[in-house]
Design a protein around this ligand. Structure first.
Ligand SMILES: [Zn+2]
Length: 96
């Protein structure tokens, strides 16, 4: 079985199996976090996972959750409406 080495804040180096971890993925990015319960001290911990770590963990069969994205804010809608109003070339606006 695949062994994943990581570090517990309290216990130091520990070894986990894919079923011990869960990825939390941001749908807007190729990175996220992984969450695990330390087998030695039972503390739940969360670590950042860059794109490389995410792909390695997915390849070993780690389960994942896709985190909900923040809804669009009123400010973003207002900024987009203003950009539409001020932009003469809408094709160029869409390209940015
Ligand atoms: Zn621990």
């Amino acid at each position: 079985m695949t062994t994943i080495k990581t570090t517990c804040r309290l216990c130091g180096d520990i070894e986990l199996h894919p079923k011990d971890l869960r990825l939390e993925l941001d749908p807007m990015k190729d990175a996220g976090n992984y969450r695990f319960t330390c087998p030695a001290c039972d503390h739940i911990q969360r670590r950042p996972a860059n794109a490389r770590v995410v792909s390695v963990l997915l390849a070993t069969g780690v389960a994942y959750d896709v985190l909900p994205t923040d809804p669009i804010t009123e400010d973003e809608i207002a900024a987009f409406a203003a950009a539409l109003r001020d932009e003469e070339d809408l094709v160029r606006l869409l390209a940015t």
